[in-house]
Design a protein around this ligand. Structure first.
Ligand SMILES: NC(=O)C1=CN([C@@H]2O[C@H](COP(=O)(O)OP(=O)(O)OC[C@H]3O[C@@H](n4cnc5c(N)ncnc54)[C@H](O)[C@@H]3O)[C@@H](O)[C@H]2O)[C@H](O)CC1
Ligand SMILES: [K+]
Length: 508
């Protein structure tokens, strides 16, 4: 399913009304009907339902909702937040009709009106937030801030119309104050800010309602972002033929592990096998090489001596393995020293297929991104917020404020696929593809989780997936396996190796 920014939604609305000539009032009526049909069971038993309306078209939806609820014999009142003399157009029509129906209304224009609002809200069972929708464009202040505070203070069940007022629909940032909704009924397509933290924490259960906007309008605007879903990923799974051998499913090379972090190499190797690759070689320093066969007997080990520099023999061994491999991953548990840098430089110079750079490989890359210019391979990076902050010489806080924008910019600037990992993982390509993953859970914030993801992605690449598709499917399988593991183990006890164990179930 596509995901839209505010301006894309407004363009879709505009194209529908102005080019297809589907009247705005029809869309507004459909929107109101959609909200009522989604929520009527919740409000039918309610004694007091209050619709808080702004003075734009989101408010217009609210007036129409009030009318339809009253027609369904629900006891409704309206609180107009802001200067009702600004109400115009389709919103004004619905405002007039609500007034003609003598639906009880209060106007909340200044602080003096707050007492009436508080009184009205204090006995509400259900409150509809129809204050701001996609038109929210600046920080919430004044009477709006006080009204939203009042609504959040009430004990009512809160239903947001299109968006929880105060959430920035493009970034999910809170513009000063925002409605904490129990449920949000958004129109036509999900707004990206409702999927990202902290906005998603204010959205409650998100329902996407069809309001009769033709697909033609969506195809005309061509939203650039997608929401990860089962359908999108299922067809990406590499097919397995009966007459095949281990080489058919790709040869994977892991450049991972050092003396105190051999486990990372084990987990990334196990994950790669569980994700279906036929053969994994691990290029690992000789004094920890024994951990691999003891933990993953199926793996082949290639050792090197980790001194000050890579010896000529070891360098030639690495180059030979790069030629052997169908996909390579570098970084998990590799250490932050000059050897890691030398290994990365060697891979970027002599390898020509697809490379996944993760963990310490990213640490080395952030010291000098110019080595990417020497790369003759396709690259996928899998940074978490901290690694992305280092890569962009920024801070976690700055990156968190616009995770989509940061990932998109880095993909474009360095011509690579970026998997920016956080509670919402963003996958971007140099060709402007963007996908948001909402699967996964807090239990996956545990040591080794990133190593497992790297193993899955590089395994899928070895099986023939293109970089962006391999990243998409890898993130999907990893987070779904994490959700399966949570179901059986809960979040507290969930470990990275549990994600690996649950991977086959998800792939089946
Ligand atoms: N147009 C359509 O085809 C449909 C629209 N639907 C609904 O309309 C809203 C979008 O309505 P819009 O009038 O563009 O803006 P809002 O109602 O969201 O905002 C009202 C108004 O408020 C002003 N404003 C913005 N930020 C602030 C602020 N911080 N403080 C005070 N005032 C602010 C600004 O001028 C806005 O115009 C959409 O979400 C749908 O709910 C229909 O439902 C479908 C068709
Ligand atoms: K709203």
């Amino acid at each position: 399913m596509e995901v839209v920014k505010g301006h894309e939604m407004r363009d879709i609305d505009r194209y529908t009304i102005e080019e297809l000539e589907l009247p705005g009032p029809v869309l507004m009526e459909n929107a109101a009907m959609a909200v009522v049909s989604e929520t009527i069971n919740q409000v039918r038993e309610a004694k007091r339902v209050v619709i808080c309306c702004g003075v734009g078209n989101n408010g217009g939806d609210g007036f129409a909702i009030a009318r339809i609820l009253q027609c369904n014999h629900v006891q409704v009142s309206i609180a107009i937040i802001g200067d009702y003399e600004k109400i115009q157009g389709d919103a004004y029509t619905n405002f007039q009709v609500a007034r003609n129906l003598e639906i009880p209304m209060i106007a909340c224009r200044t602080e003096d009106d707050l007492a009436d609002l508080a009184q009205l809200l204090s006995c509400a069972d259900v409150i509809y937030d129809a204050i701001f929708g996609t038109g929210l464009s600046r920080h919430i202040t004044g009477i709006y801030e006080q009204a939203i505070h009042c609504i959040n203070q009430s004990n009512a069940y809160i239903i947001a119309v299109d968006t929880p007022s105060g959430v920035h629909v493009d970034t999910g940032q809170i513009l000063g104050m925002a409605i904490r909704a129990n449920r949000t009924i958004t129109f036509c397509l999900p707004k990206v800010g409702l999927l990202l933290h902290p906005g998603t924490d204010y959205t409650g259960e998100l329902v996407v309602a069809d309001i009769g906007i033709p697909d033609k309008s969506i195809r005309y605007v061509k939203p650039s972002m997608m929401l990860m879903d089962d359908h999108m990923c299922k067809h990406l799974l590499p097919k397995r033929k009966q007459e095949s051998h281990k080489g058919t499913y790709g040869k994977t090379l892991m450049i991972a592990g050092t003396s105190n972090m051999a486990g990372a190499a084990v987990m990334t190797t196990l994950a790669a096998y569980r994700a279906g690759t036929g053969l994994v070689k691990v290029f690992i320093e000789e004094n920890v090489a024994h951990t691999i066969p003891s933990c993953v007997p199926e793996a082949i080990v290639e050792t090197y001596c980790r001194g000050e520099f890579l010896s000529k023999v070891d360098k030639e061994k690495l180059i030979a393995n790069l030629e052997w491999a169908d996909a390579v991953a570098i970084g998990p548990g590799l250490g932050n020293d000059s050897i890691t840098r030398e290994l990365l430089e060697c891979v970027l110079r002599y390898y020509h297929k697809t490379l996944v750079i993760d963990a310490d490989g990213l640490g080395s890359l952030s010291l000098d991104k110019a080595i990417l210019d020497t790369a003759s391979c396709d690259i996928i990076i899998t940074p978490h917020l901290g690694e992305m902050a280092r890569l962009t010489r920024s801070t976690v806080e700055e990156v968190s404020k616009d995770i989509i924008g940061v990932a998109q910019a880095f993909s474009k600037q360095y011509n690579l696929v970026c998997v920016l990992k956080s509670a919402r993982t963003i996958i971007t390509s140099p060709e402007d593809d963007t996908c948001i993953n909402v699967y996964g859970n807090a239990g996956m914030a545990t040591a080794g989780s990133g190593d497992v993801l790297t193993g899955i992605i590089v395994s899928l690449i070895a099986q023939g997936l293109k970089p962006y598709d391999g990243a998409l499917l890898g993130v999907y399988l990893h987070s779904k396996a994490g959700d399966c593991a949570k179901k059986n183990l809960g979040e507290y006890g969930l470990m990275a190796t549990d994600v690996i164990r649950h991977l086959p179930d998800v792939m089946k």
